[in-house]
Design a protein around this ligand. Structure first.
Ligand SMILES: [Zn+2]
Ligand SMILES: [Zn+2]
Length: 153
């Protein structure tokens, strides 16, 4: 996210923490700022490494807990993807993902008709839907290219 969008998101965190009666600690702010500087979907570990240079000695579990907290408050989202570690999405607005099943990388994908999708009724499951992301699964460009190279060897 660019600088004004980052400042706005930090403001949002302040406001939402205040509404929830929680303290908006420096730690949480720095962790949020760090997530927002990534332009893709950083893993919890990538975020930890970047935070560690700003808040030396911070515990990994503290960062992980703060990330879950930030996602619950609603200033970042947790991304659903096939890899083993949690990944986070700085973008809050509705968008979708192209997911590569070879390398687990995923990319933002914008599409009007997916955005207009009608959310089915899930009340029979006692399940409350907050939002949705469509995953288009397959193989990404760079995996396809390295596959081609393998074949031509
Ligand atoms: Zn790939
Ligand atoms: Zn995304």
């Amino acid at each position: 996210l660019d600088e004004p969008a980052r400042t706005e998101r930090i403001e949002l965190l302040r406001r939402l923490c205040h509404e929830r009666g929680e303290r908006c600690t420096v730690q949480r702010r720095v962790i949020l700022e760090t997530v927002l500087e990534f332009d893709n979907h950083p893993s919890a570990d990538q975020i930890f490494d970047a935070v560690d240079t700003r808040l030396p000695g911070i515990a990994r579990t503290t960062v992980y807990r703060a990330l879950d907290h930030l996602a619950r408050v609603g200033v970042i989202t947790k991304a659903c993807h096939p890899g083993p570690v949690a990944r986070f999405d700085p973008r809050l607005e509705l968008h979708h993902h192209l997911v590569c099943l070879r390398c687990n990388e995923f990319f933002d994908f914008e599409n009007d008709s997916l955005n207009k999708m009608k959310i089915p009724d899930t009340s029979a499951f006692g399940f409350e839907v907050n939002d949705y992301r469509v995953q288009l699964r397959g193989i990404c460009k760079s995996c396809k290219e390295s596959e081609k190279k393998e074949e031509s060897k």
